[in-house]
Design a protein around this ligand. Structure first.
Ligand SMILES: Cc1ncc(COP(=O)(O)O)c(C=O)c1O
Length: 412
């Protein structure tokens, strides 16, 4: 006997990331020699959570009102402008009037609102085959479902052919498409789409929507500011959204969790782009309704922090320098990991940069158990192992490939 309603009986957060992450944390407390490569947050070489000095400086400069007062549901005009300036960067002038912003609690809120308003009940979102698992939970919570596209083709590139095939299927099945792209630094693989892959993708979205089929390209850009190509490289691909026809719209899920290392502050935004004014009006109405009903408003503190960093020239300059250092630290860890992986013949999925490296492994649970006995914690996810290089030091990155290879070989 349960008091839960029918759809809630099966609700159990099975996220290995949360459960196994908590185990790793406890083990690390007992034994500092434990390697905890489960955490999706950036840690410094000193083993402490990485934070930006200029974000702290901005926090100290906020008034009580700026920190603690209620925000309006969509967020302030200043926040909207700060988001646009950050997200569009040198393309700001071209996009400021063909975009709209809704404040959300992190990228998760942005994903939740977008699924809620661009899919009907029981409709399926089109998700990548390797993915951040929480997409599925958010969809279930919204009474929605999903289908996956193969993220990689045989050559290890972005599998546009499968995306197109699945879009055709969904067009027939439900008459609308919501395609989720997590790029750059895809979680969990670390893949970054090339400029050409982005161009072809935008063309494919235009092609499938030209008969009037509504298509939303949901761009989960959580890790955008850690890409090797830097702000100029990543924004070049966002600029392609200007080419979308009026039946298609890009909605970006922007997250200050990663960009400003403000994971627990819970601030992010939906950023919609459309050449059709009415699409933006509809977006604002529906997103405001959803936000008001789910969380009422997002944190003023987080929103004002972003605004301070973006509009205060000296803070912004310091932030860009600190961000570059953080990117370099991650790149260095990845290079060390990959070099050692090559030495021991440990194969990874296509990786470019980011917080995680992923390794194919048929018996990932067994390999995980083996590694735990050796004081190494990573995340088994079906037929892969996810290694959070963001949360371990360079020395640990150097040691991990050999340990993982040994675990895979011992548990085959
Ligand atoms: C791929 C991806 N998207 C979105 C998020 C959402 O993050 P947040 O809600 O903290 O912004 C995460 C968090 O780990 C993620 O890995």
């Amino acid at each position: 006997m349960t008091l839960l309603a029918k759809r809630s009986i099966t609700k159990e957060d099975k996220s290995a990331i949360i459960t196994l992450g908590a185990i790793a944390r406890e083990e690390k407390k007992k034994n500092p020699a434990v390697v905890n490569a489960t955490i999706g947050m950036l840690y410094g070489e000193d083993g402490k959570l990485f934070s930006y000095k200029c974000v702290d400086k901005a926090l100290n400069a906020l008034s009580a009102e700026e920190k603690y007062a209620y925000a309006s549901t969509p967020g302030s005009k200043e926040f909207h402008d700060a988001v646009k300036r950050w997200v569009f960067a040198s393309y700001y002038d071209e996009f400021k009037d063909i975009s709209a912003v809704m404040a959300t609690p992190g990228g998760t809120g942005a994903l939740s609102n977008t699924f809620a308003n661009y899919l009907d009940e029981n409709d399926k979102a089109l998700l990548p085959s390797y993915m951040w698992g929480n997409y599925k939970q958010v969809l279930y919570e919204n009474h929605q479902d999903y289908m996956t596209y193969d993220l990689f083709n045989k050559e290890g590139g972005f599998n546009l052919a499968d995306v197109k095939a699945k879009m055709e299927l969904l067009k027939k099945e439900q008459g609308r498409i919501l395609l989720l792209i997590n790029d750059p630094c895809q979680n969990p693989t670390g893949y970054c789409m090339t400029d050409k892959e982005w161009e072809d993708l935008v063309d494919a979205v235009n092609e499938i929507s030209k008969d009037g089929t509504p298509v939303v390209l949901l761009h989960d850009m959580a890790y955008i500011d850690y890409a090797k190509s830097g702000i100029a490289g990543t924004r070049k691909n966002i600029a392609l959204f200007k080419k979308l026809n009026k039946n298609a719209m890009a909605i970006m899920a922007f997250s200050c969790s990663k960009t400003l290392a403000l994971y627990g502050v819970r601030i992010g935004a939906q950023v919609a782009v459309s050449n059709e004014k009415s699409n933006l009006v509809d977006f604002n109405n529906a997103a405001k309704f959803s936000s008001r009903s789910k969380w009422s408003n997002s944190t003023n503190l987080g929103a004002n922090l972003l605004a301070k960093i973006v509009f205060d020239e000296s803070l912004r300059k310091s932030f860009e320098i600190e961000l570059k250092d953080a990117q370099d630290m991650l790149i260095e860890r990845a290079n060390i990991f990959l070099k050692e992986a090559e030495k021991v013949n440990l194969v990874t999925l296509p990786f470019s940069c980011g917080f995680f490296v992923t390794i194919p492994c048929e018996k990932s649970e067994a390999a995980y158990e083996y590694l735990v006995k050796k004081n190494v914690h990573i995340i088994p996810m079906g037929k892969v192992l996810r290694v959070a290089i963001c949360s371990v030091s360079k020395d640990e990155c150097a040691a991990l490939p050999k340990a993982i290879k040994e675990a895979i070989d011992a548990t085959k």
